[in-house]
Design a protein around this ligand. Structure first.
Ligand code: ADP
Ligand code: MG
Length: 733
């Protein structure tokens, strides 16, 4: 991390060597982000960090592995890039401050801001204690879907340097679930639950899968998308929206065209009421940095987002992980209620309490990707004791089943057949305490399952479904028109980032920079060539500043929303073009307000050419520069989708553009002169020179001033071209 004082002190002298130095420092700063992370870091909740990671999967990024907030010694907030790139929100202020730190060194937050952004723990929030007074969740009837899957296998192919390896993640899983039932997928972590769930939900469509999955005896088709709800393990939600806004926007985007706006809003209210979320409907969702609703409420919002479309088939990935047992019970009871309205519910579950366990109708137990049990949940214990495995002490059935799936036979009776194998087998495979090793147990259970459950189930699965109703899927009339989608997404974008809009942080940055510039160039004049050269430095700085700032703000745009975009696109919620346009235009008002403030200060303090025409032209030039620089930022962000790589790429690009901008190097060798034409700094600088000095001379600083049309054209082409590139990159997400 650079020393803020030395580099910001040097900045204002604007001699070319200083600018180069700043750039060098900035390059170092972006590279040394990694190191900064190590400094003075602390985990999410110092009190019980482990607990916290478990307690809020949504807050801690995809896997909770990066649930760290790192703090630099300079008290500058630094964010974990991995976490951000997985979709955890990062405020625009921080992105701005990163862009800013690029050119202006560290921006220091006052202590109270840090206190505010200090992570909090779940303990701070009173959990909903309405668990006792449960409302029944009611939905109107929809088409019933009978889900069957036979011999489902899934393998991944990893390409090494010399060889390609195949790894089976699922080995011939059979099962079925009827409308009105809840099927639970259980198994130790890594056993393939999420994979199976994604496969059943039509989210994995690669060719590396075998077996068949049918919905009312038909294979998966796109038409099913509108009848399937899929709740992922991580709650991908916008942190700054309230519960009500979140569900209402989902309703507006996803519900049928035939409903009016009022009807859709009413439906959102009903869902909020049904989920017992009225009390927190005006609370922000929050994330690890922002205080928001509790983990259980957040999970219910995620579920609400999906059940708003009244799906016939609902998939949930670990909806209870990280919740306390009462809240978990509420969630599972909610699933039961949903199933009772003839919906089909499939959920993975990590470690249910015994109370929860008895709520499931059907159970699939997975171990290392193989089926260990499929059948009624209530009959699982009977089955396992029939093959000789029963608990020796009183045990939660779920705990017992997970022990078995892990091959852990402690406190479990060892079946005679397995004992024989241990004695017969080579000694290396048995464990020291006389218990069979996990791999032998696994083999035994898989074989037992194949012979006992397998045949019977397969027979049942071969028979046709006898549902009375029409089995062909028709496309549901749903979704909003393109224009509505654009407007909804635009509004949602503004609401989500409303705090950044009025962020004093950003405005302070701009005002402070402007004042410092104004002081350094206080009433500068152009009477001598030396003075003119001095003032041209200010113009070049303006051209560089309003290119850096937008680039480094814009690269965050898409990586930050990647998870959300993926989720919503998987559910076909809107057209990508509507999202793209909404997302890029909802930022424009603020992006164009800031340079106005900036120029009002710099222009008059710095004593630039005092005619109305030149002032407004300068402003337009800066606007154009911002829009094209933003385009580059968006394109880099969308193409790379990884903030570490994106910042590195952007800093190299921006540095090259700055150097080729016409201020430092006057005699660019011919073979590299094309770089100048790509540089928005070059075009902006030339335009600014023209506006300021065309009345003095036609050659300024060795640059020949022409009509300026070429430069305007180039900047406009960049603004559009880079955006098209960004859009195309997003299409391949
Ligand atoms: N795309 C993938 N590439 C490599 N390994 C994968 C991939 N998807 C899943 N796996 C592996 O498959 C196993 C099962 O994963 P998963 O279904 O997520 O398990 P669970 O949800 O039961 O914890 C894990 O060992 C995981 O590492
Ligand atoms: Mg999983």
């Amino acid at each position: 991390m650079e020393k803020p004082n030395s580099s910001s002190g040097g900045l204002w002298r604007t001699q070319s060597d200083n600018l180069t130095k700043i750039l060098g420092d900035a390059m170092k700063s972006s590279v040394s982000n990694e190191e900064t992370k190590e400094v003075d870091s602390y985990t999410l909740s110092r009190k019980s960090s482990k607990n916290q990671v478990l307690a809020s999967p949504g807050r801690s990024g995809t896997s909770g592995r990066n649930a760290h907030i790192k703090r630099g010694k300079s008290t500058q907030m630094k964010f974990d890039f991995d976490e951000v790139s997985t979709g955890a929100a990062l405020s625009r202020a921080s992105s701005a401050s990163l862009g800013f730190s690029f050119s202006l060194a560290a921006f220091t937050m006052p202590p109270d801001e840090i206190a505010d952004s200090r992570p909090f723990s779940d303990d701070d929030i009173p959990e909903d204690i309405e668990a006792g007074t449960r409302k029944r969740f009611q939905t109107e009837p929809t088409m019933q879907i009978y889900l069957k899957f036979t011999e489902v296998t899934y393998k991944i192919i990893t390409k090494g340097v010399t060889s390609t390896q195949e790894k089976y993640i699922l080995n011939g899983i059979n099962g079925s679930v009827n409308p009105g039932e809840v099927l639970a997928l259980m198994g130790p972590s890594g056993s393939g639950k999420t994979t199976l769930l994604s496969l059943l939900g039509g989210r994995l469509t690669e060719h590396t899968l075998g077996g068949s999955v049918t919905y009312n005896d038909k294979p998966y088709s796109k038409l099913l998308k509108s009848r399937i709800g899929f709740v992922t393990q991580d709650d991908v939600l916008f942190p700054h929206l309230t519960v009500k806004e979140t569900i209402t926007y989902a309703a507006l985007l996803r519900l049928s065209k035939t409903l009016t706006k009022q009807e859709k809003e009413k439906r959102a209210e009903d869902v909020i009421y049904e989920l017992g979320l009225e009390r927190c409907q005006d609370t922000m969702i929050g994330n690890s940095f922002i205080r928001g609703v509790s983990g259980g409420e957040r999970k219910r919002v995620s579920i609400g987002n999906e059940i708003i479309i009244n799906p016939s088939l609902l998939f949930l990935d670990e909806p209870t992980s990280g919740l306390d047992s009462t809240t978990s019970l509420r969630v599972i009871e909610l699933l039961q209620d949903i199933a009772e309205n003839d919906k089909t519910v499939v959920t993975t579950i990590h470690q249910p309490s015994s109370r929860l366990f008895h709520k499931f109708d059907k159970l699939i137990l997975l171990g290392k990707g193989s089926l260990l049990y499929f059948g009624k949940a209530s009959e699982a214990m009977v089955y396992f004791s029939s093959i000789g495995c029963s608990p020796l002490i009183a045990m939660n059935p779920a705990e017992f089943l997970l022990d078995l799936a892990n091959g852990n036979m402690n406190d479990v009776s060892v079946p005679p057949e397995l004992e024989d194998r241990v004695h017969l087998g080579n000694s290396g495979r048995e464990t020291t305490n006389g218990k069979p090793s996990p791999s032998i147990v696994h083999e035994y259970l898989v074989e037992a399952c194949m012979s006992h459950v397998g045949e019977e189930t397969k027979k049942r699965l071969r028979t046709q479904t006898s549902l009375d109703q029409e089995k062909t899927f028709q496309k549901r009339e749903w979704g909003a028109s393109w224009r509505e989608q654009y407007l909804i997404l635009f509004m949602r974008g503004i609401k989500e980032r409303r705090h950044d809009y009025f962020s004093w942080l950003r405005i302070t940055q701009i005002v402070a920079t402007a004042i410092i510039l104004g002081l350094l160039w206080w009433q500068s004049d152009v009477h001598t060539p030396k003075d003119l050269q001095n003032q041209a430095g200010l113009l070049f700085f303006i051209a560089v500043f309003w290119a850096f700032f937008p680039v480094f703000t814009a690269i965050f745009t898409f990586p930050q929303e990647r998870a959300m975009l993926k989720k919503e696109r998987a559910a076909d919620m809107y057209k990508l073009s509507a999202y793209f346009l909404a997302r890029t235009t909802s930022d424009l008002p603020l992006d164009l307000l800031l340079p106005i403030i900036f120029l009002l200060i710099v222009y008059f303090m710095g004593g630039l050419r005092l005619t109305a025409q030149s002032f407004f032209l300068t402003m337009l030039i800066v606007f154009l520069c911002i829009v094209s620089a933003q385009g580059l930022g968006l394109a880099i962000g969308a193409a790379v989708m990884d903030l570490n790589k994106a910042t590195t790429l952007a800093s190299v690009t921006v540095m090259a553009f700055m150097l080729a901008g016409g201020f430092f190097v006057k005699n660019v060798p011919v073979f590299i002169s094309w770089l100048s034409y790509l540089s928005f700094n070059y075009h902006t600088y030339r335009l600014l020179l023209k506006v300021q000095y065309e009345h003095i001379s036609s050659v300024i600083e060795g640059i020949e001033l022409d009509s300026g049309l070429k430069e305007v054209g180039a900047l406009a082409a960049m603004a559009v071209g880079y955006r098209i590139l960004a859009y195309l990159s997003l299409r391949h997400l």
